[in-house]
Design a protein. Structure first.
Length: 257
Protein backbone atom coordinates (compact mmCIF):
# COMPACT_ATOMS: atom_id res chain seq x y z
CA UNK A 1 0.00 0.00 0.00
CA UNK A 2 2.89 2.30 0.82
CA UNK A 3 4.42 1.65 -2.58
CA UNK A 4 1.14 2.43 -4.32
CA UNK A 5 0.80 5.75 -2.52
CA UNK A 6 4.36 6.67 -3.38
CA UNK A 7 3.73 5.80 -7.02
CA UNK A 8 0.56 7.91 -7.02
CA UNK A 9 2.44 10.89 -5.59
CA UNK A 10 5.12 10.48 -8.24
CA UNK A 11 2.54 10.39 -11.03
CA UNK A 12 0.75 13.50 -9.71
CA UNK A 13 4.08 15.34 -9.48
CA UNK A 14 4.88 14.35 -13.07
CA UNK A 15 1.54 15.75 -14.22
CA UNK A 16 2.18 19.06 -12.46
CA UNK A 17 5.67 19.39 -13.95
CA UNK A 18 4.49 18.65 -17.50
CA UNK A 19 1.55 21.03 -17.15
CA UNK A 20 3.90 23.76 -15.98
CA UNK A 21 6.17 23.17 -18.97
CA UNK A 22 3.24 23.55 -21.36
CA UNK A 23 1.85 26.61 -19.56
CA UNK A 24 5.15 28.47 -19.85
CA UNK A 25 5.42 28.18 -23.64
CA UNK A 26 2.66 30.66 -24.64
CA UNK A 27 4.22 33.35 -22.45
CA UNK A 28 7.57 33.00 -24.21
CA UNK A 29 6.40 32.62 -27.80
CA UNK A 30 3.17 34.35 -28.75
CA UNK A 31 3.20 33.66 -32.50
CA UNK A 32 0.30 31.66 -33.85
CA UNK A 33 0.29 29.25 -36.76
CA UNK A 34 -2.60 29.64 -39.18
CA UNK A 35 -5.04 26.76 -39.45
CA UNK A 36 -7.60 25.46 -41.92
CA UNK A 37 -11.31 25.13 -41.16
CA UNK A 38 -10.60 21.57 -39.98
CA UNK A 39 -7.81 22.61 -37.64
CA UNK A 40 -4.82 21.55 -39.75
CA UNK A 41 -1.76 23.80 -39.46
CA UNK A 42 -1.03 25.78 -42.62
CA UNK A 43 2.33 24.85 -44.08
CA UNK A 44 4.43 25.50 -47.14
CA UNK A 45 5.55 22.43 -49.03
CA UNK A 46 8.72 23.85 -50.63
CA UNK A 47 11.08 26.80 -50.31
CA UNK A 48 11.66 29.45 -51.45
CA UNK A 49 8.10 30.45 -52.26
CA UNK A 50 7.86 32.40 -55.52
CA UNK A 51 6.30 35.87 -55.17
CA UNK A 52 4.88 37.88 -58.07
CA UNK A 53 3.62 41.49 -58.08
CA UNK A 54 0.75 41.38 -60.55
CA UNK A 55 0.56 45.11 -61.28
CA UNK A 56 2.21 48.34 -60.08
CA UNK A 57 1.13 49.97 -56.83
CA UNK A 58 0.02 53.54 -57.67
CA UNK A 59 2.28 56.30 -56.38
CA UNK A 60 5.57 54.39 -56.68
CA UNK A 61 8.05 54.99 -59.50
CA UNK A 62 9.02 51.31 -59.42
CA UNK A 63 5.48 50.09 -58.84
CA UNK A 64 6.24 49.18 -55.22
CA UNK A 65 8.98 46.64 -55.93
CA UNK A 66 11.54 48.26 -53.62
CA UNK A 67 9.34 47.98 -50.48
CA UNK A 68 8.40 44.44 -51.51
CA UNK A 69 12.04 43.42 -51.95
CA UNK A 70 12.89 44.86 -48.54
CA UNK A 71 10.04 42.93 -46.94
CA UNK A 72 11.20 39.72 -48.62
CA UNK A 73 14.80 40.31 -47.52
CA UNK A 74 13.66 40.89 -43.93
CA UNK A 75 11.90 37.53 -43.73
CA UNK A 76 14.75 35.72 -45.49
CA UNK A 77 17.27 37.12 -43.01
CA UNK A 78 15.35 35.69 -40.05
CA UNK A 79 14.25 32.31 -41.37
CA UNK A 80 17.04 30.16 -39.90
CA UNK A 81 19.38 30.57 -42.90
CA UNK A 82 16.85 29.22 -45.42
CA UNK A 83 15.36 31.80 -47.84
CA UNK A 84 11.59 31.62 -47.69
CA UNK A 85 10.67 34.05 -50.50
CA UNK A 86 11.98 34.98 -53.93
CA UNK A 87 10.53 37.70 -56.18
CA UNK A 88 9.94 36.63 -59.77
CA UNK A 89 8.72 38.33 -62.95
CA UNK A 90 7.61 34.98 -64.33
CA UNK A 91 3.90 34.35 -63.81
CA UNK A 92 4.26 30.58 -64.08
CA UNK A 93 4.47 28.41 -60.97
CA UNK A 94 3.90 31.37 -58.65
CA UNK A 95 2.77 30.52 -55.13
CA UNK A 96 2.12 34.06 -53.86
CA UNK A 97 0.41 36.74 -55.95
CA UNK A 98 0.27 40.36 -54.83
CA UNK A 99 -2.63 42.23 -56.42
CA UNK A 100 -3.12 45.98 -56.02
CA UNK A 101 -6.89 46.54 -56.27
CA UNK A 102 -7.98 49.81 -57.86
CA UNK A 103 -11.73 49.15 -58.15
CA UNK A 104 -14.33 47.38 -56.01
CA UNK A 105 -12.36 46.87 -52.80
CA UNK A 106 -14.48 44.28 -50.97
CA UNK A 107 -13.00 44.31 -47.46
CA UNK A 108 -14.23 47.67 -46.21
CA UNK A 109 -12.53 50.84 -44.99
CA UNK A 110 -10.97 49.28 -41.91
CA UNK A 111 -8.84 46.81 -43.90
CA UNK A 112 -6.06 48.00 -46.22
CA UNK A 113 -4.71 44.58 -47.22
CA UNK A 114 -5.98 41.03 -47.13
CA UNK A 115 -4.35 37.63 -47.60
CA UNK A 116 -6.36 34.70 -48.94
CA UNK A 117 -4.80 31.25 -48.64
CA UNK A 118 -5.94 28.26 -50.66
CA UNK A 119 -4.85 25.12 -48.85
CA UNK A 120 -5.62 21.45 -48.30
CA UNK A 121 -8.23 21.66 -45.55
CA UNK A 122 -7.24 18.31 -44.04
CA UNK A 123 -3.43 18.53 -44.15
CA UNK A 124 -2.86 22.30 -44.35
CA UNK A 125 -0.62 22.23 -47.43
CA UNK A 126 -0.60 25.75 -48.93
CA UNK A 127 -1.48 25.63 -52.64
CA UNK A 128 -1.83 29.29 -53.58
CA UNK A 129 -1.83 32.67 -51.84
CA UNK A 130 -3.32 35.97 -53.00
CA UNK A 131 -2.38 39.18 -51.17
CA UNK A 132 -4.70 42.04 -52.11
CA UNK A 133 -3.74 45.68 -51.49
CA UNK A 134 -6.26 48.53 -51.49
CA UNK A 135 -4.56 50.67 -54.14
CA UNK A 136 -6.98 53.56 -53.65
CA UNK A 137 -5.36 54.46 -50.32
CA UNK A 138 -2.32 56.66 -49.86
CA UNK A 139 0.78 54.48 -49.60
CA UNK A 140 4.36 55.41 -48.80
CA UNK A 141 7.76 53.80 -49.09
CA UNK A 142 9.73 56.61 -47.50
CA UNK A 143 11.84 56.28 -44.37
CA UNK A 144 9.58 58.79 -42.65
CA UNK A 145 5.98 57.92 -43.47
CA UNK A 146 3.49 60.82 -43.69
CA UNK A 147 0.76 60.79 -41.06
CA UNK A 148 -1.92 60.26 -43.70
CA UNK A 149 -0.17 57.37 -45.49
CA UNK A 150 0.24 53.67 -44.85
CA UNK A 151 3.70 52.14 -44.99
CA UNK A 152 3.73 49.64 -47.85
CA UNK A 153 6.80 47.79 -46.59
CA UNK A 154 5.30 47.22 -43.13
CA UNK A 155 2.00 46.00 -44.57
CA UNK A 156 3.68 43.67 -47.07
CA UNK A 157 5.94 42.33 -44.32
CA UNK A 158 2.85 41.48 -42.29
CA UNK A 159 0.91 39.93 -45.17
CA UNK A 160 3.89 37.83 -46.27
CA UNK A 161 3.90 36.44 -42.74
CA UNK A 162 0.35 35.24 -43.34
CA UNK A 163 1.50 33.73 -46.64
CA UNK A 164 4.11 31.77 -44.68
CA UNK A 165 1.35 30.26 -42.58
CA UNK A 166 1.45 32.56 -39.56
CA UNK A 167 -1.65 34.00 -37.92
CA UNK A 168 -1.83 37.14 -35.79
CA UNK A 169 0.54 37.20 -32.83
CA UNK A 170 -0.42 38.12 -29.28
CA UNK A 171 2.92 39.91 -28.89
CA UNK A 172 2.25 43.65 -29.15
CA UNK A 173 5.74 44.33 -30.55
CA UNK A 174 5.56 41.71 -33.29
CA UNK A 175 5.14 42.46 -37.00
CA UNK A 176 2.42 39.81 -36.99
CA UNK A 177 0.25 41.62 -34.44
CA UNK A 178 -3.03 42.80 -35.95
CA UNK A 179 -3.43 46.33 -37.30
CA UNK A 180 -1.24 49.28 -38.21
CA UNK A 181 -2.16 52.98 -38.36
CA UNK A 182 -1.23 55.62 -40.96
CA UNK A 183 2.18 57.12 -40.28
CA UNK A 184 3.39 54.04 -38.38
CA UNK A 185 6.17 51.67 -39.45
CA UNK A 186 6.80 48.11 -38.37
CA UNK A 187 9.72 46.99 -40.51
CA UNK A 188 11.83 44.99 -38.04
CA UNK A 189 10.87 41.44 -37.14
CA UNK A 190 10.52 40.72 -33.44
CA UNK A 191 12.09 37.57 -31.99
CA UNK A 192 8.55 36.20 -31.87
CA UNK A 193 8.16 36.68 -35.65
CA UNK A 194 11.56 35.09 -36.25
CA UNK A 195 10.62 32.08 -34.12
CA UNK A 196 7.50 31.63 -36.22
CA UNK A 197 9.50 31.81 -39.45
CA UNK A 198 11.99 29.24 -38.17
CA UNK A 199 9.14 26.94 -37.17
CA UNK A 200 7.79 27.19 -40.72
CA UNK A 201 11.19 26.31 -42.19
CA UNK A 202 11.46 23.27 -39.92
CA UNK A 203 7.98 22.20 -40.99
CA UNK A 204 8.95 22.39 -44.67
CA UNK A 205 12.06 20.32 -43.94
CA UNK A 206 9.89 17.72 -42.27
CA UNK A 207 7.45 17.78 -45.19
CA UNK A 208 10.28 16.81 -47.54
CA UNK A 209 10.83 13.65 -45.48
CA UNK A 210 7.13 12.91 -45.01
CA UNK A 211 6.87 10.36 -47.81
CA UNK A 212 9.19 8.08 -45.83
CA UNK A 213 7.73 8.61 -42.36
CA UNK A 214 4.48 10.56 -42.58
CA UNK A 215 3.06 9.26 -39.33
CA UNK A 216 6.16 10.11 -37.28
CA UNK A 217 6.33 13.61 -38.77
CA UNK A 218 2.73 14.32 -37.85
CA UNK A 219 3.32 12.94 -34.37
CA UNK A 220 6.34 15.23 -33.93
CA UNK A 221 4.40 18.29 -35.10
CA UNK A 222 1.59 17.71 -32.61
CA UNK A 223 2.90 18.67 -29.17
CA UNK A 224 -0.39 17.84 -27.50
CA UNK A 225 -0.43 14.34 -28.93
CA UNK A 226 3.17 13.89 -27.82
CA UNK A 227 2.41 15.08 -24.28
CA UNK A 228 -0.68 12.88 -24.08
CA UNK A 229 1.32 9.85 -25.20
CA UNK A 230 4.06 10.67 -22.71
CA UNK A 231 1.56 10.94 -19.86
CA UNK A 232 -0.08 7.67 -20.87
CA UNK A 233 3.23 5.81 -20.99
CA UNK A 234 4.34 7.33 -17.68
CA UNK A 235 1.05 6.40 -16.02
CA UNK A 236 1.17 2.89 -17.41
CA UNK A 237 4.75 2.43 -16.23
CA UNK A 238 3.95 3.68 -12.72
CA UNK A 239 0.91 1.38 -12.52
CA UNK A 240 2.93 -1.66 -13.60
CA UNK A 241 5.70 -0.91 -11.11
CA UNK A 242 3.18 -0.42 -8.31
CA UNK A 243 1.38 -3.65 -9.21
CA UNK A 244 4.62 -5.63 -9.25
CA UNK A 245 5.66 -4.24 -5.88
CA UNK A 246 2.26 -4.95 -4.34
CA UNK A 247 2.37 -8.53 -5.64
CA UNK A 248 5.89 -8.99 -4.27
CA UNK A 249 4.81 -7.54 -0.92
CA UNK A 250 1.85 -9.93 -0.66
CA UNK A 251 4.05 -12.90 -1.56
CA UNK A 252 6.49 -11.84 1.14
CA UNK A 253 3.71 -11.71 3.76
CA UNK A 254 2.41 -15.11 2.65
CA UNK A 255 5.86 -16.68 2.91
CA UNK A 256 6.35 -15.13 6.36
CA UNK A 257 3.11 -16.63 7.56
Amino acid sequence: MVHWRAASRFFRTLLVVLAAQVAVVPNVLAYEEGRTEYGARLRLTSLPARVHLDSPVPGFSDGGQAPLLRAIATWNAKACSSPVFVLTEDEDDVLIEIRPIVDDWKFGKAIAAHTDIDSDKFHGDIRHVVIEIDATRTWSGETSVPSDALDLESVLLHELGHALGLAHSRNQDAVMRAGIKPGQTRRVLHDDDAAGACAIVRTVTLYDAESASEFMVRLWRSKWLFITALLFVAGLLVSVIALVKRTTYRQSIHETR
